[in-house]
Design a protein around this ligand. Sequence first.
Ligand code: ZN
Length: 187
Amino acid sequence: MAILPITICGEPVLHRPAEPVTEFDDELRQLVDDMFETCEAAPGVGLAAPQVGVGKRIFVWMYDDQDEAPARGVAINPVLWIAPPEPGLPGEDEVEGCLSFPGERFALRRSPRALLRAVDIEGKPFEHEVTGWFARIMQHEFDHLNGLLYVDRLVHPENRGAQKAERKNGWGVPGLTWTPGIDDLEG
Ligand code: ZN
């Protein structure tokens, strides 16, 4: 097990669609173990493979708040169905963060419900129907597999804040990472 460096906005692997997983082998098992360890150390409620520099359709979640899905899990080659979000601007309780845009938070409206279908580490299909924060986490992580960060979805004026933060931090260029436990940052 190892804590992996987390890619920061601007690293190309975060901004392109990830590839499906085809081999369910020891290498995959190792990667997923390391993703759990990295997510826990960050700490985060979810982590997608592009965030550790791997362009594969994998994300993990660690969110122990309801019984719609296990408190931790891995989704491989997922598909996600969502109901359209309610129209209107996001409220203050809809603030999101991302380990690849660390230390910043912005409000974003998400769908209150999502249905996740994926396979597990053995390649076995499963599904979870989730609501509220769980649904938000699934949408956030699923976006990562399609090359989207939550900051790409922000609407005015939140998007201005994110652009400012990106400039201030010197992000938006390739090659930047931070490592939980080594660098003093948090998601
Ligand atoms: Zn993220």
